[in-house]
Design a protein. Structure first.
Length: 312
C-alpha cells in the first residue's frame, strides 16, 4: 500500500511529467500511456504464447504449429506493434516545434545557476536569473546554451528535456497552458551542486506577464543604502541595474526580492535565507564560485541582507 501511495503521488505535482500543464508535456504524457499500453499488450501476447506452447513441450514443435506460434507471437507481432509505436512517436516531433513564438528567452546554464535573458517588445535585453516567467496560452522560444559543462533544461510539467551544450545553441518551444508555478531542474549531472540547480517556472495571465516584464526591464527600486554591498565587492560579480554594480560573473540581482527562491531553487526568498546564503555560500552550495562572507562584521551582513531584500 505504501508503495502504491508513492507511485500515485508521483503522478501529480509541480514536477510531474504525468500532470501536464503545457502542450508538449501533454503529448509526452499521452505518448507514455500509449507506449505503456503497447508494451503491456506485447508482453501479454508473448507470455500467453509461451504458456500456450509449454503445453506441448514434450511434442516436436512442428507437429503442433509451435514454430508458427514462436514466429508470429514472438517476432512478427512485437515488431509490428513497436514499429507502430515508433511511428506514433515520430509524428509528434514536428508538431512540438511548430508555431511562431510570441516571446524569445535565452537561458544559459552555469555551475550552478541559470542566466535568463528576455528579449523585450522593443528588442531590449532584460536579464534576470534562476526564475522563468511565461504567459499562458502563448508559444515561447527558449534558446539554450551553456557557459561551462553540459547541463540539461527540463520542466517536466511543460515539456521534455533538452541538453545545453557549450558552443551550441539548442531551441525549445514551450506552450504553457495552465496558470501555476512549476519546477524546472538540470537533468544532466554537472558537478558537485548539480542537485541544487533548479528554478521555479511561473505561468501567468498574459496581462500580468506583460506588467511583470515591464517592471523587470526597469532599474531596481531600492529603499536601502547599497554602501556595504559595494564596499565588500559584491558589485564586481553581480549587476543591479541603475547602480554602480555592473558585474557579470554571477546572477543579476536587479529585482532579487521579487523572486520566489534563492540559490537556484534552494531556499525560500526570506531575509534569514538571504543572510545565510551570503555568509555561507561555499558551505550551502559546494563548488559554486561565490565565496562565503561569514567573516564580515555582523553589521555589514545585516546591511547587505537589508539591501538585497529591498531590490524590487
Amino acid at each position: 500500500m505504501a508503495g502504491t501511495g508513492v507511485l500515485l503521488g508521483a503522478c501529480s505535482g509541480p514536477q510531474s511529467a504525468l500532470d501536464p500543464a503545457g502542450r508538449e508535456a501533454a503529448e509526452v504524457a499521452t505518448l507514455f500511456w500509449v507506449m505503456l499500453a503497447g508494451a503491456a499488450f506485447v508482453w501479454l501476447v508473448v507470455i500467453g504464447a509461451a504458456l500456450f506452447g509449454s503445453r506441448w513441450q514434450r511434442q516436436p514443435l512442428s507437429e503442433r504449429g509451435g514454430l508458427r506460434i514462436i514466429l508470429w507471437a514472438g517476432a512478427v507481432f512485437p515488431t509490428v506493434v513497436l514499429a507502430l509505436l515508433l511511428a506514433y512517436g515520430l509524428r509528434l516531433m514536428p508538431v512540438l516545434r511548430a508555431g511562431e513564438p510570441a516571446l524569445t528567452i535565452h537561458v544559459s546554464g552555469e555551475q550552478y545557476w541559470w542566466r535568463v535573458t528576455y528579449t523585450g517588445r522593443d528588442g531590449a535585453r532584460i536579464e534576470t536569473a534562476n526564475e522563468l516567467r511565461l504567459p499562458a496560452g502563448s508559444a515561447a522560444e527558449i534558446l539554450l546554451d551553456s557557459a561551462d559543462v553540459i547541463h540539461s533544461f527540463w520542466i517536466p510539467a511543460l515539456a521534455g528535456k533538452l541538453d545545453m551544450i557549450p558552443g551550441r545553441t539548442n531551441r525549445l518551444v514551450l506552450h504553457p497552458e495552465r496558470i501555476g508555478t512549476y519546477r524546472g531542474v538540470c537533468a544532466e549531472f554537472c558537478g558537485r551542486s548539480h542537485t541544487f540547480m533548479a528554478f521555479p517556472v511561473v505561468v501567468m495571465e498574459p496581462a500580468a506577464f506583460e506588467a511583470w516584464l515591464a517592471r523587470e526591464a526597469a532599474p531596481a527600486a531600492s529603499t536601502a543604502v547599497d554602501g556595504a554591498f559595494l564596499a565588500n565587492g559584491c558589485g564586481g560579480c553581480h549587476s543591479v541595474r541603475g547602480t554602480a554594480a555592473t558585474g557579470t560573473i554571477g546572477p543579476d540581482l536587479t529585482h532579487l526580492a521579487d523572486r520566489q527562491m534563492l540559490g537556484a531553487g534552494m531556499f525560500a526568498n526570506t531575509d534569514e535565507n538571504r543572510r545565510r546564503f551570503v555568509a555561507e555560500a561555499e558551505e550551502v552550495k559546494p563548488g559554486s564560485r561565490m565565496p562565503s562572507f561569514k567573516a564580515l562584521p555582523p553589521a555589514d551582513l545585516d546591511a547587505i541582507t537589508a539591501y538585497l531584500g529591498s531590490l524590487r
